[in-house]
Design a protein around this ligand. Structure first.
Ligand code: CAA
Ligand code: FAD
Length: 379
């Protein structure tokens, strides 16, 4: 067992760390307050190859491994989780889904610009009445011969107004249950496709979350991903990799909050000494550091399994479940450790606390991760 990063992985981590400090940190508080999408930052991340990190270079990707992806997600999320969620969706839901399950034509037309960072994508599974119970899709895609007619609403879609390419899951044959579900590529600007207002959120406020409405949208047959009826399994497989990305996002939020708490604890004096010298504070720091390290190892394990081509359903859910719980606990403690200063925006930890919460909800709630883990261990 080797616990060392390769030189290439260290280099990639350092590039991401540097980018987070110099490109994400300035303006992160304002973007959060104003709910402003990090457009310039996303463009630069595309130029660095961070939007198609794991895609084969022949499709304009960077050809990196999933461990590098975890490193980048952690570094970006330490500073700005609103930006890192865009990176996560584009890499692990959209690009991975197209590369692994798309046709050659779909890869040429859609994957190449997405992996090059020329545009971004969205993954549209959730609906007003189908979140955790993803198989109960209400959006319909009626087979009309050489096209499908799409009708319905998707909810909470990240990159909802900023994406150019949308992967949309819909029910084609309700009688077949999950085996009647398909996934389609829908282009922005398709007739009948409209974007609802931006959601006003607790956290990751710079990210762009919208409902989407499909009213008799014609989707060409060649835009269906995979075999007829394979859309639910496609979504489940893609989400496994997505959960590694969100686990790493949660890890980053936790470690970002920890770094701030540690620095503050060494500086802030009470009762004649730095608060870091009070044992009660030391114990908090020790617990935070231990839990963050455990979360990091779970993320690496899941990524390593993916890189090796081994099953990682359970590992990805464990990483996501644990890292998101650690993110929430750590950020709450980081605010506490900052006292009143933690409660105001300038110190960053209140934002990290608000951002942490979403990691327990999206890409499958903590309850859904427990359900998946339990099914795997009882199998
Ligand atoms: N890989 C392959 N196939 C899978 C699978 C997997 N990981 N998980 C399930 N399947 C297959 C099953 O084998 C089964 O197929 P058969 O009938 O042929 O055997 C079929 O799918 C149905 O499986 P289940 O009966 O287990 O399905 P279920 O209805 O009980 O749901 C669930 C299972 C895991 C809870 C699923 O509904 C789920 O993942 N829910 C959470 C949804 C979610 O994560 N949404 C995220 C939206 S995207 C997002 O959130 C992005 C963002 O924020 C940035
Ligand atoms: P519900 O499924 O209604 O669940 C409500 C509560 O009940 C949860 O606590 C849940 O864990 C619990 N629960 C449900 N069933 C059970 C059970 N059987 N046992 C125990 N507890 C249960 N979706 C996308 O498709 N694409 C995106 O890009 C995307 N981005 C998002 C961005 C944001 C900011 C948000 C808030 C959501 C996003 N989502 C996206 C949707 C997200 O994946 C769903 O919100 C999530 O899967 C939960 O679904 P729900 O909100 O319908 O909650």
């Amino acid at each position: 067992m080797i616990f060392e990063l390769t030189e290439e992985q260290q280099l990639i981590r350092d590039v991401a760390r540097d980018f987070a400090q110099h490109e994400l940190k300035p303006g992160v508080i304002e973007r959060d307050e104003q709910q402003r999408f990090p457009a310039e930052q996303i463009k630069k991340l595309g130029e660095l190859g961070f939007l198609g990190m794991m895609v084969d270079p022949k499709y304009n990707g960077a050809g990196l491994d999933a461990v590098s992806y975890v490193l980048v997600m952690e570094e970006l999320s330490k500073v700005d989780a609103s930006t890192s969620v865009v990176v996560s969706v584009n890499n692990s839901l959209v690009c991975y889904g197209l590369e692994k399950y798309g046709s050659e034509g779909q890869k040429e037309k859609y994957l190449k610009p997405l992996a090059a960072g020329e545009c971004i994508g969205a993954f549209c599974l959730s609906e007003p009445e189908a979140g955790s119970d993803a198989a109960s899709q209400r959006t319909t895609a009626v087979d009309k011969g050489n096209y499908y007619l799409l009708n319905g609403t998707k909810n909470w879609i990240t990159n909802g107004s900023t994406a150019a390419t949308y992967i949309v899951v819909a029910q084609t044959d309700p009688g077949k249950g999950h085996r009647g579900i398909n996934a389609f590529i829908v282009e922005k600007g398709s007739e009948g496709f409209t974007v609802g207002p931006k959601e006003n959120k607790l956290g990751i406020r710079g990210s762009d979350t919208h409902s989407l409405h499909f009213n008799d949208v014609r989707v060409p047959k060649e835009n269906r991903i995979g075999e007829e009826g394979s859309g639910f399994k496609f979504a489940m497989k893609v989400l496994e990799g997505g959960r590694i990305g969100i686990a790493a996002q949660a890890l980053g939020i936790a470690s970002g909050a920890f770094d701030l708490a540690l620095g503050y604890a060494k500086e802030r004096q009470t009762f004649g000494k730095p608060i870091a010298e009070h044992q009660a504070i030391q114990f908090k720091l020790a617990d935070m550091a231990t839990q963050i390290e455990a979360a990091r190892l779970l993320c690496f394990k899941a990524a390593w399994l993916k890189d090796k081509g081994l099953p990682y359903t359970q590992a990805a859910s464990m990483a996501k479940l644990y890292a998101s719980e650690v993110a929430m606990k750590t950020t709450v403690e980081a605010v506490q450790l900052h006292g009143g200063y933690g409660y105001v925006k300038e110190y960053h930890v209140e934002r990290l606390m608000r951002d942490a919460k979403i990691t327990q909800i999206y890409e499958g709630t903590s309850e859904m991760q427990r359900m998946i883990i339990a099914r795997e261990i009882l199998r």
